[in-house]
Design a binder for this molecule. Sequence first.
Ligand SMILES: [Zn+2]
Length: 343
Amino acid sequence: MDILSKQAYDDSWQALDLQLSLIEQRAGLAAALSALHEHQLQTGFIRDELKELRRFRFPHPNRPECFFSAQYNPARARRFRGAGIAQRAEPERAINSGCFLCGDNIWWQQHGTETGYRLRAVNNRYTAWMNPFPLVVGHAVLASREHIPQHWHSAGGPNLKELISDLIDIAALLPGWLNFYNGVGAGASIPYHLHLHAIPRADLYDKMPLEIAARNALGGNEDRIADTKTRGYPLSFAHWQGDPDSVRQQALAWAGEWLTGPGAEDDASANIIATQTGAKLDLYFVPRHQRRSRAEGLAGIVGGFEALGEIVCSSAQELENLESGRIDYFTVERMLKQVSVAL
Ligand SMILES: [Zn+2]
């Protein structure tokens, strides 16, 4: 593999950034991220194109419209060790303890193969990187350009209301995509650097179980929130649907109150999901607790994708459980109930 010098890397980044910015202006952010994805395949940064992925679907035996799903994605087990390519050990170059999401580390860690796209929108705050361990092809991570912690309780961390607002803005830029924030102890694998996920919606993910539960419970009444008692979903969640401005207004007012109640606890965490279809935005807030991050029978932590209704499995034992039918609709339902926290 060729190793780029810092100067060559910076030059190639700048050229790509300009090209992607032109694509964004012409065809939108999704097209720019798709071009970034192609570029990252060519440089060899993305190696796992989900060839090993297998997907399982578990319909409810009596209500086939209700289902959960699972993906067996063995590459995900490697993600806590950092990004895709074996890293060079260069402690003299490392900033912020070699943080994998700090741009100044990424050049030397990834041999110059990993390049991002600096989003001008959303307050010029994020850089989009391709996830080397994607849940779906084209899975992007939007990391803050500044090295600030993931949790809103941490000193220097983001403000919860800003996070919600940023997700709403991102959803508008990526129509149809699933965009989410995983709090600390709620699926965030890098708690020391703020990042969000943006996932293109492949055909298999037309409507995810959380979205189906929310739609069924809404019954035509838009712009209201409710919890699992009225929705038949194993996780408590709040949901707003409507035009983005009114959803933003209602959700921020609600979050302000939540922060003075359950959200004030040190261990409070959340998965926050935003997705826009046409002019309509759906926003989901799933309260979580840092000491209830895992479910029995699932090796990984329950994050935003699991909250949406698809569990991510990566161990041989889990594959065996999936193939033998030991994991079914009710198993997944129990897993999600174990991490549910009242609103
Ligand atoms: Zn960092």
